[in-house]
Design a protein around this ligand. Structure first.
Ligand code: GDP
Ligand code: MN
Length: 386
C-alpha cells in the first residue's frame, strides 16, 4: 500500500529525520495562508501516489502567497499524469505547501526488500532527485548498496559507510548516517517494502533535509499496522484493484488485452508467461485464491470483464480445493448476470471435477474454447488475434 508524501514525512519527522517546514492544504485559501505563514515564497506539491511529479507540473515554486493560491487552484481537483501513472492520471485532492529549500546537492537514500538478497538492501546515491530506476539502468555504479542481515538489523557503521561514500563534508557524514539509520527504523517498524528519500538535499547552508519521501507498506502486514492502514487513499488506487480487495481476490491491473483468471499465484505467473509466449500480453494478474466458491469465481470474472482493454479471457484452473465444476458454475453465473459484458474465453481445466466443469461450460452456450494444455492454450490465444 502506498501513502502520501506528507504522511511519509510526518512519520519520518516523528523519528527525527529533518524535513522542510510546511503544511497540507486542501483548498486554495488554505494554500495561500500556508504560504503566507512561510513568508510567501513556497513550493506547492501535488499529493498523489506517484513520483515523477516534478517534470509533470506537480511541483511548483512560487514567490508570493497569491501565486501559491493560483498554483494550488490549478492543481486541486485536476488529474496529474506522470510517467508513473496511467494515461488517465490520478486526482489531486491536496497539496503540500513547504518552505523553499536552497539546494546544493541532491542525494538519494532508500531501501527495499530484495528477494534475491533474501532481505532488505539499503541504497544511497549521489545521483538524487532524478528517477532512480533510470540511474540504476544507465549508471549502476552510482548506486551504493548495503545488505541488511535480518538477525542483526541495519548497523550504525553501515549508515556511516554509505554516508562517507557520498563524499559529504565532514560534519554531514555523521548526520547523513543518522538519517539513513532512522529511515531504516521507519522501514522496519512499519513493515515497509520500500522507503526512500529522494532527494535528500544538502542545503546551501550546509544542512540535510528530506525534500521528498516515499513509503510503501506491505499489504500483508496491514493487519498489525492499524495506524498505517487508516492512511489508505482509495481514490489514488486503481478502481479494479479496490474492488478486488473487497472480494479478497489478488488482482493487479496490467497493460495487455488478455484477461486472466487463475487459481494459485505461481500458476498465475506461469499463465502470464504463456500469454507472452503467444505473442501478446496479460491485462491483469489474478489469483482467485484457494478457498474460492462459486460467488468468488463469479466475482473474479466480473472484475476482469470490467476492464475495457480485455479482448478475451484466459481461464487456467487446476482444480483442488476449488473444484472445476464450482468454478464453471461461477462463470455461468456471471454470464447470466451480465451477458453483455461477456467476451470469448479460452479455458484450461484440470484436476478435481475437470470433466464436469468442462461439460457445464459446453452446455452453457458461452463462447468458450476448451484446451488441454498450455501449448494449446497459446495457440488458441494466438488464433483469436487479441
Ligand atoms: P517527484 O518528482 O514526484 O519525485 O517530486 P520531488 O518532491 O522529488 O520534487 C522534484 C524536484 O523538485 C526535486 O528533485 C527538486 O529538484 C525540486 N524541488 C522540490 N522541492 C524543492 C525545494 O524546496 N527547493 C528547490 N530548489 N527545489 C525543489
Ligand atoms: Mn522525488
Amino acid at each position: 500500500m502506498k501513502i502520501h508524501e506528507y504522511q511519509a514525512k510526518r512519520i519520518l519527522a516523528e523519528r527525527g529525520v529533518p524535513v522542510p517546514r510546511g503544511s497540507l492544504a486542501t483548498t486554495p485559501d488554505e494554500a495561500e495562508q500556508a504560504a503566507r505563514d512561510l513568508g510567501g515564497r513556497a513550493v506547492i506539491k501535488a499529493q498523489v501516489h506517484a513520483g515523477g511529479r516534478g517534470r509533470a507540473g506537480g511541483v511548483k515554486l512560487v514567490d508570493t502567497s497569491e501565486e501559491a493560491r493560483a498554483a494550488a487552484d490549478a492543481m486541486l481537483g485536476s488529474r496529474l499524469v506522470t510517467p508513473q501513472t496511467g494515461a488517465g492520471g490520478v486526482p489531486v485532492r491536496s497539496v503540500l505547501v513547504e518552505e523553499i529549500i536552497e539546494v546544493e546537492r541532491e542525494l538519494y537514500v532508500g531501501m527495499v526488500i530484495d528477494g534475491a538478497a533474501l532481505g532488505a538492501v539499503v541504497m544511497a546515491s549521489d545521483a538524487g532527485g532524478m528517477d532512480i530506476e533510470e540511474v540504476a539502468e544507465q549508471t549502476p555504479e552510482r548506486i551504493l548498496r548495503a545488505p541488511v542481515d535480518p538477525m542483526l538489523g541495519f548497523l550504525p557503521y553501515q549508515g556511516r559507510t554509505l554516508a562517507y561514500q557520498l563524499n559529504l563534508a565532514g560534519g554531514l557524514v555523521r548526520q547523513a548516517g543518522t538519517i539513513i539509520e532512522r529511515l531504516y527504523a521507519v522501514f522496519d517498524e512499519n513493515d515497509c517494502s520500500l522507503a526512500e528519500i529522494n532527494p535528500l538535499v544538502v542545503t546551501r547552508d550546509g544542512r540535510l533535509l528530506a525534500v521528498d519521501a516515499k513509503l510503501d507498506v506491505d499489504d500483508d502486514a496491514l493487519f498489525r499496522r492499524a495506524g498505517i492502514a487508516e492512511l489508505r487513499d482509495e481514490e489514488q488506487e486503481d478502481p479494479l484493484e479496490v474492488a478486488a480487495r473487497q472480494y479478497d481476490i489478488n488482482y493487479v491491473k496490467l497493460d495487455g488485452s488478455i484477461g486472466c483468471i487463475v487459481n494459485g499465484a505461481g500458476l498465475a505467473m506461469a499463465t502470464m508467461d504463456v500469454i507472452a509466449a503467444a505473442g501478446t500480453s496479460p491485462a491483469n494478474f489474478l489469483d482467485i485464491g484457494g478457498g474460492a466458491d462459486e460467488e468468488k469465481t463469479a466475482a473474479s470474472l466480473s472484475l476482469v470483464l470490467k476492464d475495457p482493454s480485455v479482448a478475451i479471457v484466459f481461464v487456467n484452473i487446476f482444480g483442488g480445493i476449488l473444484r472445476c465444476d464450482v468454478a464453471a458454475r461461477g462463470f455461468v453465473l456471471t454470464a447470466e448476470r451480465e451477458p453483455d459484458a461477456m467476451r470469448p474465453m479460452v479455458v484450461r481445466m484440470l484436476g478435481a471435477n475437470a470433466e464436469e466443469g468442462r461439460q457445464i461450460l459446453v452446455e452453457s452456450g458461452l463462447d468458450v474454447t476448451l484446451v488441454d494444455d498450455l501449448n494449446q492454450a497459446a495457440e488458441a490465444i494466438k488464433a483469436t488475434g487479441a
